[in-house]
Design a protein around this ligand. Structure first.
Ligand code: 2P0
Length: 325
């Protein structure tokens, strides 16, 4: 009753920002992401009769507290699906995320955990079922089941049975690159969970955000199919700015950006005016991800590394979906 799975993180080009059900983790909008090869988590789960509770090691250190509770609550779901409520596990995870790459590890972490745990306990899940299960650990993780471009369909059912990711284009469809530009590796003051809740509950801009999603999604999928970098970049950048605008309308208002965030955004826009196609996107934190094409890698990375305040720049290609080791 042991299995090992590897999952890569993903960057959303159309953001998930809002929940309609906090417990089942059901979103208020579809989102679309690119899985990245540079950043991944490998997790081994061993269910053992002799264990009296779960034990969780991350990078060889025992984890306790809230992070442990989140894992064990998630494994309760797996146990209940397998009808083995008293079977506990040892979980060993390794995060291969370059130091301070500015990515949250919850997407690759929960995708690897769900895949390894489901297989170890003997559940034979389809990819949609695995994505549905993963979603309940962390929403964005449900997209990491797939390589390449994936869309998380919000679904309509109250029980979440139609809320899971589907693949939009495979890993080898298009070689575009993402540079992770790190300005700060400090933990953010407002978690994405809290931030999206406050936005849904209080921001008058939230309805505008939701209203903008269907056309963004339609156009970006056409752009991905046609490998049209301008279309994909323009939509991703505008979608990110609209997501962040909702936080300015919340009560109390909040923003994730630092001075350096705006400096990098302006540097990316300046690259475009010099004829270098590059676009930014930003998650619930100050760090910036820059989309560019392989032929411009040297110039883009060099320009990003020279911006004052930038601590670290790591580049990544499209990545693969779940694999079992
Ligand atoms: C995304 N983010 O689509 C968006 C963009 C942050 C900004 O998914 O509460 O860690 O575990 O479902 O998945 C961050 O939210 O939140 C996120 P939970 P999650 O990638």
């Amino acid at each position: 009753m042991k299995a090992t799975a590897k999952a890569h993180t993903n960057i959303a080009l159309i953001k998930y920002w809002g929940k309609r059900d906090d417990t089942l983790i059901l979103p208020t909008n579809n989102s679309l992401s690119l899985t990245l090869d540079g950043f991944y988590t490998t997790t081994t789960v061993s269910f053992r009769q002799e264990l009296k509770q779960d034990v969780f090691y991350l990078n060889d250190e025992a984890v306790t507290g809230a992070a442990f509770d989140r894992v064990t609550v998630f494994l309760d779901l797996v146990r209940s699906m397998a009808e083995k409520p008293d079977l506990f596990a040892e979980i060993k995870s390794t995060n291969e995320v370059p130091t301070a790459a500015g990515f949250a590890s919850s997407a690759s972490g929960f995708a690897a955990l769900a895949a390894a745990a489901a297989r170890a306990i003997g559940l034979d899940l389809s990819k949609s079922e695995l994505s549905q299960l993963t979603r309940q650990g962390s929403g964005s993780a449900c997209r990491s089941i797939y390589g390449g471009f994936a869309e998380w369909e919000q679904g309509e059912n109250k029980d979440g049975s139609d809320s899971y990711a589907v693949q939009v284009a495979p890993q080898n469809h298009w070689d575009i690159r993402v540079a992770a530009v790190v300005l700060s590796d400090k933990t953010k003051r407002i978690s994405s969970r809290e931030g999206m809740k406050r936005t849904v509950d209080t921001s008058p801009f939230f309805d505008g955000w939701i209203g903008s999603i269907p056309s963004d999604l339609k156009r970006i999928k056409e752009g991905i199919a046609a490998r049209d970098f301008t279309v994909v970049g323009e939509i991703a950048e505008a979608n990110c700015l609209r997501m962040h605008a909702t936080t300015l309308g919340a009560a109390p208002p909040f923003m994730y950006w630092l001075d350096g965030t705006v400096t990098v955004m302006q540097a990316v826009q300046a690259m475009r005016s010099e004829g270098i196609p590059a676009y930014f996107t930003i998650d619930a934190g100050p760090n910036v991800k820059v989309l560019y094409l392989p032929e411009n890698e040297d110039v883009v990375l060099q320009k990003l590394r020279h911006i004052p305040g930038v601590q670290n720049v790591t580049s990544s290609k499209p990545g693969q979906g779940i694999t079992y080791l």
